[in-house]
Write a protein that binds this ligand. Sequence first.
Ligand SMILES: [Zn+2]
Length: 668
Amino acid sequence: MPAETVAATQVSKEVHSWEAGGATSPEALTAWVGARLAGHEAALAALLAVEGPRTIENTLRLYDAALEQLSLAGAQAGVLNSVAKEKAVRDQAQMEAQRVAMAGSALSLNRGVYDALVAMDISSADSATRHFVERTRLQYRLSGVDKDQATRDRLQALHEKATKHSLDFSRNIQEGGKTIVATLSELDGLPPDYLSRHQPDARGQITLTTDQPDMQPVMTFASDHDLRERMFLAYNTRAYPANQQILLDLLATRQEIASVLGFSSWADLATADQMMGSAANVRKFLARLEEASRDGAVREHELVLEFVRSKQPGLKAIDITSRGYWYEQFRRSAFDFDSQSVRPYFPYKQVEAGVLETAAKLFKIEFRRSDAAGWDPAVSVYDVYEEGVHVGRFYLDMHPRDGKDKWFSAAPVVTGVRARYMPEAALICNFPGGDPDDPGLLQYSDVVTFFHEFGHLMHAILGGQTQWAGVSGFATEGDFIEVPSQMLEEFFRDENLLQTFAKHYETGEVLPSEIIRKMKTAGSFGRADWVRTQLYYTTLSLDLHDQDPATIDLDEITKRLYTSLVPWTWLDGNRMYASFGHLTGYSSNYYTYAFDKVIALDFFGQFDPADLLGCDAGARYRKLVLEQGGSKPGREMVRDFLGRDEEFAAFSKWLNEEFESQLISATA
Ligand SMILES: [Zn+2]
């Protein structure tokens, strides 16, 4: 079938839950998910009913059709759980997500399906098909499919519990926003557009929320220590105390699953089918990271502390709520770079256009605004074309809304399968902007985040043309998934590219080269501290899944790790673990970010700095990495693109990028 015919037949109510009313009606959503699950069951029934020899066509094709329906239902239940306007719909979406997860768990414990997959002869299949089958068989063994019926029933019940805890944990973060009250004088240091959006009420009080566009500027720019502290505590307790016990229950349930399966810890189970392979390998990697960042972090801390003491003589230490503020002040003084000065060059709409244009040039595709409907009027829809052929679609839901998830993420909407489903994906973000009176001036770190999430989006779309749903898009090892996103982040560093879209929102002036250079130098200061913070999150994620949950004191372990890895002073009352959302998806494997940063920087090193978008690395990267989706192991993709395994050199160079020679006497 020609690609265009395929695309046209598949964009229908069957594919989009919200076109069937699922974004506004809980009943319609249930009916839509029910139809997908019925399709899933029908494919499995047909698979089990096959008589005679098992083949790829009579078995794997049906298995994949069952997966396809499951991932379609799961993706959209997940999206609507994050974005639906009505709480009743979000609640229903959470229940549907649970129902889909249970069907997935039942599939992973289905002995009949496993036996059928094992009986297939795959010796003459193509390599992607062989990899899909071998990986699926491994995951079946890891899920306990070969245990007796009673054990499998117990595992199914444990998965149900774990899924419920995970969904509750995420929901409490999503809906747990808090507010604090400030006076005008406490907002000293914040930019004018922030002040104009936060007018005092009749009593002279200003209400600030813990949403990113309110919270982040306070932590970076507010000179009032008390205000920062109130915001920090509100932000880090927004899902506390509810999530404290839920997290302990989740950890205990995961540990029980691991024990039933014969693993000593959840971390060993969760790394068994990853690039890393074992929790012990993660520990080795973390030791290397610790060593690589130690001296740089000490040096950074010394410089900032010395600077702060020149302002506040006698100060003993800098606390956790002041780290962002003093880094900003130090960068202004030491590198003559004020991060507020670049915000007028990054109004949301221009950044969106710039990121899209960069990706379009890099991957040689075209984005056209679509009049197709999203789940909310605030959503922008784009169609992706390649040589005139419609190959994908994406949804940008980019600004805060009541009840909407408060983080930044990319999510599949339709898992692409060649000649069956056109890939669709969404960004669910919380950038400033979105209403006509607000230009949505972004901090430069927001622009980097935009590139990051767009890297995921491209992975879902360009990797969504595979022959099997089971290897489409994000279906790589979980610890490879942050490579495409962190690779695209690096494009922010290119001056020419930035100047194509960084233009002053009032005057149209292009962001001057001199400021870009200062921004890059100032931005390279703080990397060692960033790595230490990653080490803290990563070690916490691992430690929580590598010991008896009954002995874990969340407050004690969080404070101890922070104090041992980061130089800033801890603040009692900080319950960050209760809103550490990555613990649901990544569980013990938060190391993915740091590990994939090493790979991403090595990948980026293959691009010609003088011609990032035009050099042939872009086409090679697209073909050998993105388009593969999960068709081959991450290890092989690394070797295909680099011609070797990843090395630490590019990461070390990035981590130790020269900033000392650019320092203006910081304490002057
Ligand atoms: Zn990411």
